[in-house]
Design a protein around this ligand. Structure first.
Ligand code: GLY
Ligand code: MN
Ligand code: MN
Length: 462
């Protein structure tokens, strides 16, 4: 938890930016796993935590944008609950601790909003991503369930994006804590992946345990697979085999709710063969070229294009691509090898604020999302500003179904060496991902460096 003042200042700024109306920020409720009393690990809404801190179910925060008056609503526990929960602070005590002046029950919230609506006040709320909150908004605001998203406030989303996009020093320190745990997760993976025959789930389980022992859950379900060409491969059932690469994309959250998101790819057994070395170096060169170019004022779309161009040049030197690589990039040929974007913003959500609509978070009046295959998957394309934290995660994948499709359609024939590519259909994939802070003039890779050169990976795995 940050100082009381941090939360006060954040709420004041939000009121100032939204200017008029009532801001309603719902926290999350518990989600049943297989019956009501058996629940998933609770995950609070990140915007709620940003302005109202508490990682507890069934709370709501309100800010009057005109007066800056603030409110925390939730039900105090009764003696029947205390048997199960132990003593907990009252809503009023909790409100005091984060500098919120007013507090009340959930019934009070319903009455407060009803009164505001009767007075003709605009209620600003965020688009719900959970059914419980869609239903709650529907009943609190007298909107049909199917129409709730339509009335979500664009002004509120824009104002929150403005604040949460720029990380303060104390937020960066939290992200770096999440990266210390990620360091342990990924270096443990590297040491375990030395042993051929190990099951993916043995490594994924150890990594998740490290995340938990660092105080938080994983920031998204671990991707750990010897089939890296399956981009979000959550299956962990395979045994490590010689000749395959293991993609490990994993991060964690700190108790304060800040994330890390790191990918490393290593050769099963600990030694790269020549083919792996060549493709790995092409991806690493793309990662390093992007890293060097990240600075304020540059559009991330341009950095994405630089990364895929660098990858293309590497693939040309291997003999998998040919012709004019600039032209290949422009026409969209790189989507065959890297069908995803170079990165996304990261903070309290691993894809920060993705629940708002990526066109507001990742794009703006000056930049719009491409419709081209590959580039269209770039979540964040707008101009970089000091204080942003973004991921840099180029990859190269040999997806047999995609290769066959492009080949049968004669796509990018002048840039792709399909004959040679046939020999790579059993390769899998490679991704290398870091979390980067945009500084005043350039950028900094956050956290203790996790081995990523061929030499350093072979050394730690030896
Ligand atoms: N964890 C998925 C990603 O890197 O965006
Ligand atoms: Mn990732
Ligand atoms: Mn990522």
């Amino acid at each position: 938890m940050f100082s009381r003042n941090t939360y006060i200042e954040r709420r004041k700024q939000l009121a100032k930016d939204v200017k008029d109306g009532i801001i309603l920020i719902l926290g999350n409720s518990d989600a049943p796993f297989n019956y009501l009393a058996n629940i998933y690990t609770f995950r609070q809404d990140s915007s709620f935590r940003y302005f109202f801190e508490y990682n507890l179910a069934d709370l709501a925060g309100v800010i009057d944008a005109n007066s800056s008056e603030d409110y925390l609503f939730g039900d105090d526990v009764e003696i029947d609950d205390i048997i199960w929960t132990g003593p907990v602070a009252s809503i009023k005590e909790r409100a005091d601790k984060i500098g919120v002046k007013n507090s009340g029950s959930r019934k009070d919230l319903a009455n407060f909003l009803q009164e505001a609506i009767l007075k003709g006040r605009k209620i600003h709320f965020l688009p719900p991503y959970r059914t419980e909150n869609r239903n709650l908004l529907s009943s609190l605001l007298f909107i049909k369930k199917d129409h709730v998203e339509k009335f979500a406030s664009l002004e509120l989303r824009k104002a929150i994006v403005k604040q949460r996009s720029i990380k303060s020093l104390e937020e960066v320190l939290e992200i770096e804590k999440a990266l210390e745990t990620a360091y342990q997760m990924h270096t443990t993976m590297m040491k375990m992946a030395k042993h051929i025959g190990t099951y993916e789930y043995e490594i994924a389980g150890k990594m998740e345990g490290i995340a938990l022992s660092g105080g938080g859950p994983v920031s998204f379900p671990i991707i750990l697979t010897t089939h890296g060409e399956i981009l979000h491969g959550h299956d962990h059932s395979q045994q490590l085999m010689k000749g395959r690469m293991l993609v490990s994309d994993a991060g964690c959250e700190t108790p304060s709710g800040y994330c890390s998101d790191i990918t490393r790819t290593v050769p099963c057994g600990g030694k790269f063969d020549n083919r792996q070395k060549e493709v790995y170096q092409a991806v690493l060169n793309a990662n390093l070229a992007a890293q060097k170019a990240i600075k304020p004022g540059v559009e991330y779309k341009e950095i994405h294009l630089l990364a895929v161009k660098t990858l293309g040049e590497g693939l040309k030197s291997i003999g998998l691509m040919k012709g004019d690589i600039d032209q290949a990039v422009q026409e969209g040929a790189m989507g065959l090898f890297m069908p995803h974007g170079l990165g996304h913003m990261m903070g309290m959500d691993v894809h920060d604020m993705e629940n708002f609509d990526e066109s507001i978070v990742g794009y703006d009046e000056k930049t719009s999302r491409s419709t081209q295959f590959g580039l269209r998957s770039l979540r964040f394309g707008r101009g970089l500003q000091q204080g942003m934290v973004i991921t840099n995660e180029p990859g190269c994948y040999f997806i047999p179904a995609l290769i066959d499709k492009f080949k049968s359609e004669n796509k990018f024939k002048s840039y792709i060496n399909y004959k040679e590519l046939e020999n790579y259909k059993d390769f899998g994939g490679i991704r290398i991902e870091d979390d980067i802070l945009v500084t005043d003039k350039s950028s900094r890779v956050l956290g203790t460096p996790i081995p990523k050169t061929i030499k350093d990976i072979e050394e730690i795995m030896a």
